[in-house]
Design a protein around this ligand. Structure first.
Ligand SMILES: Cc1ncc(C[n+]2csc(CCOP(=O)(O)OP(=O)(O)O)c2C)c(N)n1
Ligand SMILES: CC(=O)[C@@H](O)[C@H](O)COP(=O)(O)O
Ligand SMILES: [Mg+2]
Length: 639
């Protein structure tokens, strides 16, 4: 057991109000202690490290200058909020970050009054902040609203919709652009290049002009401290920037690790703000922790690690991850078909598209955090005969739903949607769970909707999607390791709308859609042992449904249970709808549908979450016995 970091100054700060009595000159020391505390905590929990390390000074400065929680502080994405949590009454629980019953890894309204807006998906902060700023005006309060948004998050359309609206409303909103020249991967896009140009000073003008402009805007004389801050800054923007054209008063770039720069600027804005202000702050992701500063990903998301060496704990995998299997299978298909292209929205390694990028860089597109655009961009490619694989996490595909409906499905365009992170994801909690894609895709006419039961099935689905050119097609698979099945050299082309019987029985039928198949098989062993001969089927398709398979299960079993890692309205609902309309429920067949529970389930280990949801083998058994009006026998393999 290592000792906790020595933090004499931080020990005096439980809430932001305690910062008021700390001298400005002592803040660098406080920043060091916050960093030490955060590094130590994340070394035991894992989590988002680099982003928080980069905003330690900024977070302290804002809490020092503003009056939170009455003034509203919003973190975009929220993955950089650990220093904020340490300073806002949650230090005593900081070592429970992202653990079961612990602190969320993001900002969360239910957790603290210092989190006025929850996040985890990016690029929402300016819109939410604008709403709060307008509410403050309508309520005639002098409350300040500050939204911190990263350069990566600045690539999403929603951020521009909000800037556009804020400029027109002349709202008293403070946007802090935290520019660390990093997203999860190095940032892409013209906007990123534009910010780099601003930060490099090419468009800057001299201090005299900046000072004049600031004085004119703020309506008061600029104090000596801000003069010093601005002199130390790398340059001054005085007009003509995109933000100014949109109606923002634009300050910066300033050094986001210097209290001498941050404090006077924030104090002046606090005391003299008239309309929307954007402060461009330059920071370094991973700042203050050498292993993070040196890492290519700046320790965006880490496992538990050794603080001295930075070495992350990695359990030896039993099987390749679904993401890796997908990435490799896509490369394989791309070798056979030059029309295949890959699209990621700022998640190249998270989706496995980095593998395609390595082999076919000219056929791989990282569009930045821009899921809506990713979908319609894919539609455009498909309309010209290309075969786009638009690889998104289930939770982020939600962003592009209208594009899926309007730009892809209605036009019947053959966009392929590999959907990663299907089902519970564990530590990221409810914001990142992949719960709804089956429901929202299977309700669309003409969509083919698949789920892989294991990693070999995933390979088949990649090949099937590559071969299928008649319209949109999706396939979902979870975060983490596969089940360890043997992998074929290349996937097979599956017959569209055809499931498979994995194990034949006669009394109970478990109809699985996705990777719960393994738990269905486990449950089946116990059911067989209890004298309930059990069929296990892998539906493969939620759309089109395998009607023959479902009829057969319904006619030859007493109980049919559908099982999926998705919310109600998905696969099970499609099956029940079919059974009802076919009259297959008219003769006493017992049907049960196991889905994710209708709650926002907080983070825990995925297996714990599935057990709580009744979607593990024990839960499946319980459901079957309950359907038959029987108690679960004492000794079962699953229980
Ligand atoms: C809509 C959406 N897409 C993708 C992500 C995944 N994601 C989380 S943080 C991040 C990078 C954000 O970069 P930036 O805003 O610059 O913050 P930094 O980590 O550099 O501090 C991405 C792509 C997300 N949270 N939300
Ligand atoms: C904050 C965010 O949205 C990402 O960093 C996400 O946490 C990544 O999740 P994975 O670890 O599943 O790639
Ligand atoms: Mg960034």
């Amino acid at each position: 057991m290592t000792s906790l970091p020595d933090t004499p100054l931080l020990d005096q700060v439980k809430f932001p109000a305690d910062l008021k009595s700390i001298e400005d000159r002592d803040l660098p020391q406080l920043a060091r202690e916050v960093r030490d505390e955060m590094i130590d905590a994340v070394s035991t929990t894992g989590g988002h490290l680099g982003a928080g390390l980069g905003v330690v000074e900024l977070t302290i400065a804002i809490h020092k200058v503003f009056d939170t929680p009455d003034d509203r502080l919003i973190f975009d994405v929220g993955h950089q909020c650990y220093p904020h949590k340490i300073l806002t009454g949650r230090r005593d629980r900081i070592r429970t970050l992202r653990q079961e019953d612990g602190l969320s890894g993001f900002t969360k309204r239910a957790e603290s009054e210092y989190d006025p807006f929850g996040a985890a998906h990016s690029s929402t902060s300016i819109s939410a902040g604008l709403g709060m700023a307008v509410a403050a005006d309508l309520s005639k309060t002098d409350r300040k609203v500050i939204a911190i948004i990263g350069d990566g998050a600045m690539s999403a359309g929603m951020a521009y919709e909000a800037l556009n609206n804020a400029g027109a409303l002349d709202a008293r909103l403070i946007v802090i652009l935290n520019d660390n020249d990093m997203s999860i991967a190095p940032p892409t896009g013209a906007m990123s290049a534009y910010l780099a140009r601003l930060a490099s000073g090419r468009t800057y003008m001299g201090f005299r002009d900046f000072g004049k402009k600031l004085t004119a805007y703020l309506g008061k004389s600029v104090d000596r401290a801000i003069t010093r801050a601005v002199e130390h800054a790398r340059g001054y923007v005085t007009g003509g920037t995109m933000f100014e054209e949109l109606g923002f008063y634009h300050i910066g770039p300033i050094d986001g690790h210097s209290f001498e720069h941050l404090l006077p600027v924030l104090r002046n804005v606090r005391d003299n703000q008239k309309g929307p202000v954007l402060i461009h702050v330059v920071t370094q992701k991973g700042k203050g922790y050498p292993p993070a500063e040196a890492a290519a990903d700046k320790y965006h998301g880490v496992n538990k690690f050794d603080v001295i060496t930075g070495t992350q704990a990695k359990a030896k995998p039993n099987a390749p991850s679904y993401t890796a299997v997908f990435g490799e299978a896509l490369v394989e298909e791309a070798r056979h078909d030059e029309k295949i292209v890959g699209i990621t929205a700022a998640m190249p390694s998270g989706t496995g598209l980095d593998k395609l990028q390595d082999v076919f860089p000219e056929r791989t597109f990282d569009v930045g955090i821009a899921e809506q655009h990713a979908v319609t961009f894919a539609a455009g490619l498909a309309s010209e005969g290309y075969k786009p694989f638009c690889a998104l996490y289930s939770t982020f595909l939600q962003r592009g739903y209208d594009q899926v409906v309007h730009d892809v499905a209605i036009q019947g365009l053959p966009v392929r949607f590999p959907i990663d992170r299907a089902g519970f994801v564990g530590a990221d909690g409810p914001t990142h769970a992949g719960s709804f894609d089956t429901g929202f895709l299977a309700s669309l006419p003409g969509f083919v909707v698949m789920a892989a039961a294991d990693e070999a099935e995933l390979k088949h689905m990649v090949r099937t999607a590559a071969a299928y050119d008649a319209g949109p097609i999706s396939f979902r698979y979870p975060r983490g390791e596969g089940v360890g099945v043997a992998l074929p050299e290349r996937g097979e082309i599956l017959e569209i709308g055809r499931g498979r019987i994995v194990k034949q029985g006669s009394k109970v039928a478990l109809l699985s859609f996705g990777t719960r198949l393994a738990d269905c098989l486990l449950a089946a062993e116990d059911l067989d042992a209890a004298g309930l001969s059990t069929t296990v089927a892998d539906a493969r398709f939620a759309k089109p449904l395998d009607h023959d398979l479902i009829r057969q299960l319904a006619r030859h079993h007493a109980v049919v249970v559908t099982v999926e890692e998705g919310a109600v309205g998905g696969f099970g609902s499609q099956v029940v709808h079919f059974l009802v309309n076919e009259g297959l429920l008219d003769n006493g067949l017992k049907v049960r549908s196991l889905v994710l529970p209708d709650i926002w389930m907080d983070q825990a280990k995925p297996e714990t979450m599935y057990a709580k949801a009744g979607l593990d083998a024990a839960g499946i058994l319980k459901t079957v016995f309950a359907a038959l009006g029987q108690d679960v026998p004492e000794v079962t393999a699953a229980g």
